[in-house]
Design a protein. Structure first.
Length: 423
């Protein structure tokens, strides 16, 4: 059933709610563990990596919503689990700081719940977007999903940052409780009666194993899975090294490097809006060109950063990072739009499991990307004794990955995407 623009915007609110809780779990708690509790940085990094690993369960959640034929309960249920995991993680902090295994076990349970909640709510939200958006709406729907999530992250970070000082565990728990309750309430309001009456499918969806085999037997779906993994691996490798790069090679202060990250995110937002509007004005056609163009531009931007690593001060770093952000935003939104088309191409009742497979590929890429980017720089700096060479080599690898993603997107994905467009 088409959702229309109001329905698509309502699902964007769910994305905002997911972003609000995700920023608490993966960003704020990371800082609190390291700064306020003086815990080793490897601990929060490992917990965040674990929550991505748990998202390998995304196909199961998507398939469950396919079989139920109602996705709203899965969205709300996933948000409730995510909220419970976030509050459990906050409550575990004093126990972790006190030492012993109890706090660590509770934290591991908390991040298991966080990964499960993000996977269940996020997958079913995107599946509902795929089923409810028309081909012409899909690029804009993808932009709405990404932008509203970023908005949720930004608003929550700003509000929590203003309220958390002076820091205390009790204050953090109160704030987290209000955010969690607000996020769950927002998801309930956003999905209330959004689907209408449940319509039994003409044929029951196959079991999960059979559905996964069908995706594996579909060349377009299989290659698109490879594209998602490669492109998101390249996208995530830069997350943990861009600010250290700006400080080590260009002498930027902490404030200046943070502002540089803001420039990148601003570029991402511009690219998303441009691809969303441009793709929709083209009726949803031509997504292959948007994806390939965004990946190709990302390749050029990463090559430029590799050259900048060697050049050092004097290189137009801000403009370079802005170009990278715009290119990333273009390919990311176009890729989500193509994902919706391919999910619908599998037939009604298969959107969830297909979105789950691609969400799992993205989660694996994000789990590995930060580790490979930061770990690669550390190893190369130790081996060569040169920060310039280390950053240049890692940026060159990212450029190669973006180039490989552009090649994967150009030909193999084109036919199915155009085939799906008239649906």
């Amino acid at each position: 059933m088409p959702l229309g623009w109001p329905g698509l915007l309502r699902l964007g609110l769910v994305q905002s709610a997911i972003g609000a809780l995700a920023v608490l779990a993966t960003s704020l708690l990371n800082r609190v563990m390291i700064v306020e509790y003086a815990l080793p940085a490897a601990l929060p990094a490992g917990l965040v990596a674990w929550h991505y690993s748990v998202q390998l369960s995304r196909p199961a959640w998507g398939h469950g919503s396919d079989r139920a034929r109602r996705r709203a309960p899965w969205i709300v249920g996933g948000m409730a689990v995510l909220a419970a995991g976030t509050l459990t993680a906050v409550a575990a902090l004093p126990l972790i700081a006190a030492g012993g295994w109890t706090g660590l076990c509770i934290a591991l349970l908390a991040f298991t719940l966080i990964g499960t909640g993000v996977g269940a709510a996020g997958t079913t939200t995107l599946a509902l977007l795929a089923a409810g958006a028309t081909p012409a709406q899909r690029p804009a729907a993808a932009a709405i999903a990404w932008i509203m999530m970023i908005l949720g992250i930004a608003v929550t970070a700003g509000v929590v940052g203003a309220l958390i000082d002076p820091f205390s565990p009790a204050r953090l728990l109160r704030i987290a409780a209000w955010v969690a309750m607000g996020a769950v309430a927002l998801s309930i309001i956003a999905t209330w009666r959004i689907e209408g009456a449940a319509v039994p499918p003409e044929t029951a969806p196959p079991p999960l194993a059979a559905a996964l085999r069908a995706i594996g037997d579909d060349p377009a779906a299989r290659r698109f899975t490879a594209f998602v993994f490669v492109s998101m691996l390249a996208y995530s490798m830069q997350d943990l090294i861009l600010e250290p790069f700006a400080g080590l090679r260009f002498g930027m202060s902490a404030g200046q490097s943070t502002s540089l990250t803001g420039v990148q995110h601003g570029g991402v937002l511009i690219g998303m809006i441009g691809a969303g509007i441009g793709g929709s004005l083209q009726g949803g056609a031509g997504l292959r060109r948007w994806i390939t163009g965004g990946c190709a531009a990302s390749t050029l931007a990463m090559v430029a950063l590799a050259l900048g690593a060697q050049a050092g001060p004097g290189w137009p770093l801000v403009a370079n990072v802005a170009l990278l952000g715009i290119a990333n935003g273009i390919f990311a939104v176009a890729a989500i739009g193509a994902m919706m088309s391919l999910a619908s191409a599998g037939g009604a009742g298969s959107e969830g499991v297909r979105m789950g497979v691609w969400g799992a590929a993205q989660a694996i890429a994000f789990a590995l990307g930060g580790l490979l980017g930061a770990g690669g720089v550390d190893l190369l700096r130790a081996a060569t004794g040169s920060s310039a060479d280390a950053f240049a080599a890692v940026f060159a690898v990212e450029a190669a990955l973006f180039a490989a993603a552009a090649l994967l997107a150009w030909h193999p994905v084109s036919a199915p995407m155009h085939k799906a467009a008239p649906a």
